[in-house]
Design a protein around this ligand. Structure first.
Ligand SMILES: Nc1ncnc2c1ncn2[C@@H]1O[C@H](COP(=O)(O)OP(=O)(O)OP(=O)(O)O)[C@@H](O)[C@H]1O
Ligand SMILES: [Mg+2]
Length: 442
């Protein structure tokens, strides 16, 4: 059954919509934007019906969160009567369609069904490719599957988690997903980048200070640890922490009370700690640069995200994901990268990992004037790379097979009407024609 998520803070409207669709859709209901995002963390719908005016999170803001999680989910906005500018804003921000209040339920049915057909087709393709999505963090590799499973298992506990991996692999994204899936999701997520703070300021930054604690401390200030009360503290680049601060952090973890600099008061703080590093901390423990006792406390559960070049499957999934994101941002309709580009991607070292791939696609989508990103659309540094072009990977071949299959199904369903088939597939007619030619299906 196709899936529908209804987001409205008006209980009566939500109920009437849910009743109208209960026989034709698997429906879920959210009473606000936050609620909707919680649901998207474990269940991706084929279409979202979203009220534009809600008290907790405005509809447009909710729309942009939904698009960050999965840019391909169609969102139909419900706007108030006479506010055509609301509808225009929604469409500009990527809504698929809109319905004005007071609406006729038959009209809603038609619009929702149409959007859901496209949404379901896209979800099916992603499922066939094995794509997983956790609050916008996507992947299909075994390594990412392990990451997602560990997050599922330990997010709801209060256990400290250490995330390791080179730059740009998604450590912070994983930390945010853990927070969203934890019982502290209503609390704050406080990131602290320890590499960005001079050693001399770290203690006051983390634990705060009282008035007069040092020259210049003209007022009292709570530290980040205190701000994180009832929430999650994300200690980024933990390997850059000096020995003095390591001792203070360990003391905090043992006592769970904060002592501001220059203060004699103890303040209890209830915080969950996720830390991250791109260094080899166990090595730092061996050399004595990092305290072993602190290491074991932070490392109760350990998540390692491998470099992108070791997850070739994810390159293809992430490429599609970022193309969708930047298509919406730049109002473009790019379908894919060319075969040559994918070959280059699969053999490129990706030292900046997912972040580098994301920027590469951003650049490519912005520059590309056709429906396919070609080598000449890539940033110059990628073209000068000395990589040899390898043979096509088995995965790419498999993905192509799936795509062929989907196109064939769409053509059968629509009696070979290409316009309808393209609509069903959620792609433009031009790109369907292109794909038919590419796969020798004409
Ligand atoms: N699996 C993924 N799916 C979608 N986007 C991702 C994924 N992994 C990373 N990104 C994106 O890549 C960028 C870098 O991710 P993030 O900041 O989490 O990396 P990091 O490991 O913390 O990097 P650094 O070590 O440099 O701080 C972000 O914009 C993030 O949204
Ligand atoms: Mg980071």
């Amino acid at each position: 059954m196709k899936r529908l998520l209804i987001v409205d803070d008006d209980d009566a409207i939500r109920l009437s919509l849910a009743t109208a669709f209960k026989d034709t859709f698997e429906t879920r209901e959210a009473s606000g934007g936050r609620d909707a995002i919680d649901i998207l963390g474990e269940w991706l719908p084929d279409v979202v019906l979203l009220d534009q005016r809600m008290f907790d999170m405005d509809g447009l803001e909710t729309l942009s969160h939904i698009k960050d999680i999965d840019p391909d989910i169609p969102v139909v906005m419900i706007t108030a009567y006479g506010t055509i500018s609301d509808a225009v804003k929604a469409m500009k921000q990527g809504a698929t369609d809109y319905i004005q209040k007071p609406y006729d339920i038959e009209e809603v049915r038609i619009i929702v069904n149409r959007a859901a057909t496209i949404g379901a087709m896209k979800r099916e393709i992603k499922e066939l490719k094995g794509e997983m999505n956790m609050f916008g963090m996507v992947g299909a590799s075994e390594a990412m599957k392990d990451v997602f499973e560990t997050i599922e298992e330990f997010a709801p506990t209060d256990i400290n988690i250490l995330i390791t991996g080179p730059t740009g692999v998604g450590k912070e994204m994983a930390a945010r997903a853990i927070h969203h899936k934890s019982l502290r999701r209503e609390g704050v997520f406080v990131p602290i980048n320890l590499a960005a703070i001079p050693e001399s300021l770290m203690e006051s930054e983390l634990f705060g200070y009282d008035k007069g604690a040092f020259t210049g401390a003209s007022t009292s200030k709570a530290g980040k640890v205190e701000l994180g009360d009832k929430g999650t503290l994300f200690l980024d680049e933990i390997g850059d922490m000096g020995k003095t601060l390591q001792a203070k952090l360990l003391r905090f973890l043992e006592t769970r009370v904060v002592e501001r600099l220059g203060s004699t008061r103890y303040r209890p703080v209830d915080v969950r700690i996720i830390s991250a590093t791109n260094q080899d901390l166990s090595n730092a423990v061996d050399t004595g640069a990092f305290r072993e006792d602190l290491f074991y406390r932070l490392n109760t559960v350990y998540i390692n995200i491998p470099p992108l070049k070791e997850r070739l499957v994810d390159i293809s999934i992430l490429t599609d994901h970022f193309i969708s994101i930047y298509n919406q941002r730049f109002k473009k309709d790019i379908q894919d990268v060319s075969k040559e580009v994918m070959d280059r991607f699969l053999s490129y070292p990706w030292r900046g990992n997912v972040r580098e791939l994301m920027h590469t696609i951003e650049f490519g989508v912005a520059k590309c004037k056709q429906s396919l990103i070609s080598l000449s659309d890539l940033p110059p540094q990628m073209l000068s790379s000395q990589q040899t072009v390898n043979g096509e990977s088995a995965m790419v071949e498999e993905v192509k097979q799936l795509e062929r299959q989907m196109i064939q199904n769409a053509l059968i369903t629509t009696d070979s009407n290409r316009t309808k088939a393209a609509e069903l597939l959620g792609i433009s007619l031009r790109s369907l024609q292109y794909k038919l030619k590419k796969y020798n299906m004409v």
